[in-house]
Ligand binder design. Sequence first.
Ligand SMILES: Cc1ncc(COP(=O)(O)O)c(C=O)c1O
Length: 485
Amino acid sequence: MARSQEDVAVTMSKLALYEEVAEGLASMIGDGTYRPGERIPSIRAMSRNKRLSMNTVMRAYAHLENMGLIEARPQSGYYVRCRVLEPESASVRTVRAEDIAPSPVTIRDISFQIMRSLSDRSLVPLGRGVPNSELLPVDKLNRMLGTESRRFRMQSISYEDVAGSARLRAQIARRSLNAGCTLSLEDILVTSGCREAVSLALHTVCRPGDTVAVESPVYYTFLRIAEWLGLKVLEIPSSPGEGMNLDVLNYVIRHNTVRACATILNFNNPLGSVMSEEKKRELVAMLSEYDIPLIEDDVYGDLAFGPARPVSAKAFDEKGLVLACSSFSKTLAPGYRVGWIIPGRYRQEIEQLKALFNAATASPTQLAIAEFLTNGGYDHHLRTIRRVYSRNVEGMRGAVARYFPQGTRVTRPRGGFILWVEMPEQVDAITLYEKALQKGISVAPGPIFTLGDRFRNCVRLNAAFWSEQTEQALETLGWIAREMV
Ligand SMILES: Cc1ncc(COP(=O)(O)O)c(C=O)c1O
């Protein structure tokens, strides 16, 4: 029913001035004048236009922030908040622990084809989890590759020690302090990327037929390694907030023989979640009670947007049961293939397996990365790329809010560059993927992140890149998705 002028006047007179301003803006947000992800007028502009003091506008904006309607973005202004993917939202709703059973891994042909297509370089790369190469210190690294190869002439063409370059391991050990780990050179083995580290770890601790607990949605490379090794997988529900549900894990461990647990605890791929320190401690304690090794993939850990990097679960490892894996693929050079593993009590087996499969990680790239870590300004570089990724992630969230159908939800990661988008149930992510491919755009559809039948209305997006082309690609994706609703 329409309110009379008098009613309105009475209501208005009861409101403080700042509340009136906030109400006005709230109704503009409500009726779609300002849509999620769009910027509202700056405090200065609002104060000038409405002839109000800056103080009143600031109070109004603070009020809207408290109501969860807008958010401040550093050095950028105030934006209408995007709908955040909540822990209880449909795609990540907790599955009942009793319903979770070990599943043999057979990756569907369609998933396999999709995974392969994600590496197609001619597509707008929204699907693949690669860093933005324009942000990587290509020239400096390649220069160091040259100078170091000249400086260590014979070493650069010889087999490196199977454990890896001592200088590089010393740098990794020093940097591990930021992740809460006190390590020596002997604790670290250099690998050809994080993928090799995780493969060596699973290979070492599991035998064919064994069961591994993983997050759900799960990083699909874990599934591929498990399939290759003939393992079964138990998918433990995860949420964008804190990752793996430890109550469910606990139940599952008590009712099944779980040989290992493989997780991404910091800026998870694909959910972006970070497990709190307290829960990491609980996870390590729970697994060690059953002598179950924890394989921790921490490849995104250095990409925190906040001032501090989240700790690694390795920091809480008292029994040598955590095998921490990482690499420089997301921060320096994926093509250099330099990563590492901190294998705990499995050091000897992992070293033997590495020697058997791969002899040693390539020498020249180890030399170059060791030099970059020593004299290349790695921390400065990290600060720069984190800032850009933080901005890109917000930019992409805004674009998703603008273009995707009503009811779409998107995660808000605090690091890394991966977004998980849950669309209304009518949107079929595989169809979206197929139609996007025809338009030259890659996206990673939700079903490739599970062996089951979940995440059919979800996609993973890579926010490492941000340009007009990216925005156009998102507009196209949104349009395709809206057609399905
Ligand atoms: C979680 C996670 N682990 C490992 C990798 C692969 O790392 P690397 O290139 O060092 O083998 C990726 C890259 O896509 C990833 O997202």
